[in-house]
Design a protein around this ligand. Structure first.
Ligand SMILES: [Zn+2]
Length: 385
């Protein structure tokens, strides 16, 4: 892993670093990200509550925990973002579209926010560079619709292992649909990273669930040891509704919205609600949008900011996950380049010509833990996470 020079002084900025608690000796390093969206204060409030309860950890705390505030400007105003979504621009770093290349042009407020956050992350990584495999990130959010708590993760075995401790639905591979998230950026640095979604933006329960998630995460990451009764209490708080199986899900459809001003979800779609193919879901520019597939509705957009109209997810069988875990640890990867239409383009990447390899290609690469994105209509890019 490449370690950037860290500037330790950025860790003293108490506006950005909301909480740092240290046992003063090596141990797990948990990095919490809160308020990446300014209209999602639940994570910020939960961190504040825990940080004020430090006697709770007295004599049973190991390693370090940091909490970093996300979009400070947007949090001040209580809006999702000011100029552009802070949680969609992390793929731009060091690319043609990097805002820093726009000499003289007005840069979005969020670009500066992202640079500051990146500096803090670099400083934490540099400070704990002798302990890199113990660093874990978690990003706390809420949704615009009513929802039970759930976890988002990039589908790596290390992430699955950590996420599997929590009694909530786990959504795999979201990064293939929603690009440029901080979570993916961190995963690409090689660290474990989980996203936690606590519930609706302004529900009191979202703060309570975020707090419970954080205590459990501190426990499962190894920063503290909860008593059995405490662990049970926090698990009960985040536990999902009976009608939402607490299992793994994958995204099977993603409705992108160009202009959220002309997109209107039909009322009443709670997150995870089962929908049949053909169900009327939304209006865009006056025309009706129906579900193209059966599954469960996921993250329906009930606010006028953001470009993800809704997603449809479906359960993944635990058997399939077992098989994929086994295969990923095997040496089968070496055989992929012999598949028809598959070209090796790097040590961890392949291109797939869909004119030749029509069937099952995406499934095979998913199974083996590759991130699959479309280069164009005829070509897939598969990258090993
Ligand atoms: Zn969010």
């Amino acid at each position: 892993m490449h370690i950037k020079e860290g500037r330790p002084e950025v860790l003293e900025d108490t506006k950005r670093v909301l909480w740092h608690y240290s046992a003063g000796q090596p141990g797990p390093v948990l990095v919490l990200l809160v308020g990446m969206h300014g209209n999602e204060p639940a994570g910020v409030k939960a961190v504040k509550k825990i940080s004020e309860n430090q006697e709770f950890f007295h004599g049973r705390f190991y390693g370090d925990v940091y909490a970093i505030a996300g979009n400070l400007k947007a949090l001040e105003q209580g809006v999702r973002f000011i100029d552009t979504d802070l949680n969609r621009l992390w793929e731009l770093f060091n690319t043609q579209k990097d805002y820093s290349n726009k000499n003289g042009a007005m840069k979005p407020v969020e670009y500066l926010e992202s640079l500051e956050i990146k500096r803090v992350i670099d400083a934490i990584i540099a400070r704990h560079s002798d302990n890199l495999e113990d660093i874990v990130f978690a990003d706390l959010h809420t949704t615009s619709s009513q929802s039970c708590a759930f976890i988002l993760l990039n589908d790596t075995l290390a992430n699955r292992k950590l996420a599997g401790n929590f009694p909530v639905p786990q959504i795999l591979g979201i990064e293939e649909n929603i690009q440029g998230t901080l979570l993916s950026f961190i995963n690409n640095l090689g660290f474990r990273a989980l996203g936690f979604e606590a519930g609706a933006h302004n529900d009191e329960i979202s703060i309570i669930r975020s707090e419970a998630f954080l205590y459990l995460l501190l426990n499962y990451a190894g920063n503290t040891v909860l008593k059995n009764a405490e662990e049970r209490k926090y698990r009960d708080i985040i536990e999902v509704y009976e009608n939402v199986p607490n299992t793994y899900y994958e995204v099977i459809h993603h409705k992108l919205v160009d202009d959220p001003a002309v997109f209107q979800m039909i009322k009443g779609f709670e997150n995870f609600l089962p929908v049949d193919k053909g169900t009327a879901l939304a209006y865009e520019n006056g025309s009706l949008i129906r579900a193209p597939k059966s599954g469960r509705i996921f993250m329906p957009l009930y606010q006028k900011k953001g470009h993800d109209g809704f997603l449809i997810i479906r359960e993944v069988s635990p058997f399939w996950l077992e098989v994929s875990g086994y295969l990923r640890r095997s040496s089968i990867h070496r055989l992929l380049r012999f598949l028809p239409g598959v070209t090796k383009t790097g040590s961890r990447s392949f291109e797939v010509d869909l004119n030749i390899a029509r069937f099952l290609v995406k499934d095979i690469f998913h199974l083996l833990g590759y991130r699959v994105t479309e280069k164009n209509e005829f070509t897939l890019i598969c990258y090993r996470r």
